[in-house]
Design a protein around this ligand. Structure first.
Ligand code: 0CM
Ligand code: SF4
Length: 328
């Protein structure tokens, strides 16, 4: 644990607020790669480049890339024929890949390799003659993509109650895969319900939940244990960021998901001696620094870091972008 002094804030007569920063927090390797793909594509091919869905679920990242020449679209029919088209980090269904091919779009795939790994796992189970159960949140783009990458019948479940409701023909061999950004503890419960009802089901356990999600959840658990209040920097549509807020709240701490410093309600600090800060995998570090600075205008502050897992994950960029540097 490293301790350092932050510059005192303006409100020097107020009691000191201890700010504790979770580590690791913020960008994961898949998000860094996805953003760099958009930046390099703009540098290499020129604006506009089209991005299907938000490249990652962060309002500030999207605004920044839009200002630099990215055009975000909900569906491919909004993309002019032949244009540079980037698939977001969350992945896409086969029908989307096929539609891009049919329209001769120049696709650059920013799907996180750990999402692709789940797609491949599901496809392998189908080749083994199994029906696949996907544990995930209905409607989330990664889940829509994974459902659309696994041929045949796929059962989507979110909870143990969903498992009880599943309709499966007698003698069907089953396997499960999961969304990458789920709460580890909740997922374990759903897997236990699957194994109780279908003793022969096979699957990866909680290993489909990616390293970044697992590390950030472990870090926020430690953070919540020793702070009075937890702030999670991230956008409302970010699954992994929401899971961090929920985990802190389940540990009995008031916890808020904020896009940036403007989201802070000063009343949250009333009577609090410490605040823990973390950030979802799609939230840039400059937003965390903005939150720390804003807290410093409300109370005198003292900053320390709570060190956790060390991350050195890095994913290779698509070959066609290796010869290009993003514009400064
Ligand atoms: O899946 P989630 O909603 O957490 O996406 P995100 O863009 O916030 O985080 C990174 C990813 C992926 C896949
Ligand atoms: Fe990949 Fe995990 Fe990051 Fe999603 S949160 S982009 S699965 S590393």
């Amino acid at each position: 644990m490293i301790t350092d002094q932050a510059p005192p804030g303006r409100a020097t007569d107020a009691p000191v607020l201890d700010i504790v920063l979770a580590e690791p927090r913020g960008f994961c390797a898949g998000v860094e790669r996805a953003i760099e793909i958009v930046e390099r594509a703009i540098a290499k091919y020129g604006a506009p480049v089209y991005v299907r869905h938000e490249i990652v679920h962060n309002r500030h990242v999207v605004q920044d890339l839009r200002a630099r020449g990215a055009v975000f679209v909900a569906e491919l029919d909004e993309v002019p024929p032949g244009a540079i088209t980037i698939f977001s980090a969350h992945g896409v269904a086969r029908t989307v890949e096929d539609a891009a091919g049919a329209r001769s779009l120049h696709v650059i795939d920013a799907t996180c390799p750990l999402v692709t790994r789940v797609h491949l796992g599901g496809q392998r189970y189908v080749r083994q003659g199994r029906e696949v159960v996907l544990i995930g949140h209905a409607g989330h783009p990664e889940v829509v993509g994974t459902l659309g990458q696994i041929p045949g019948r796929v059962h989507l479940v979110e909870t143990a109650a969903d498992v009880a409701r599943m309709e499966v023909a007698e003698g069907t061999a089953l396997a499960f895969v999961t969304q990458t950004t789920l709460a580890v503890d909740d997922t374990r419960e759903v897997i236990q319900a699957l194994q109780a009802r279908f003793p022969d089901i096979v699957g990866p356990g909680t290993r489909d939940i990616c390293y970044a999600t697992q590390n950030r959840q472990e870090a926020v658990r430690l953070l919540a244990a020793e702070t009075d209040l937890v702030l999670v920097v991230g956008s409302p549509n970010s699954s992994n960021s929401n899971r961090l807020r929920e985990l802190a709240q389940e540990m009995g701490r008031p916890a808020y998901l904020i896009d940036d410093a403007d989201g802070i309600d000063p009343a949250w600090l009333d009577g609090r001696r410490s605040v823990g800060i973390t950030a979802g995998a799609s939230a840039p570090e400059h937003l965390v620094q903005g939150v720390i600075a804003a807290l410093g205008t409300l109370r005198p502050t003292r900053l320390r870091r709570l060190t956790g897992a060390v991350e050195d994950m890095h994913f290779r960029l698509p070959t066609e972008l290796l010869d290009t540097q993003p514009a400064a």
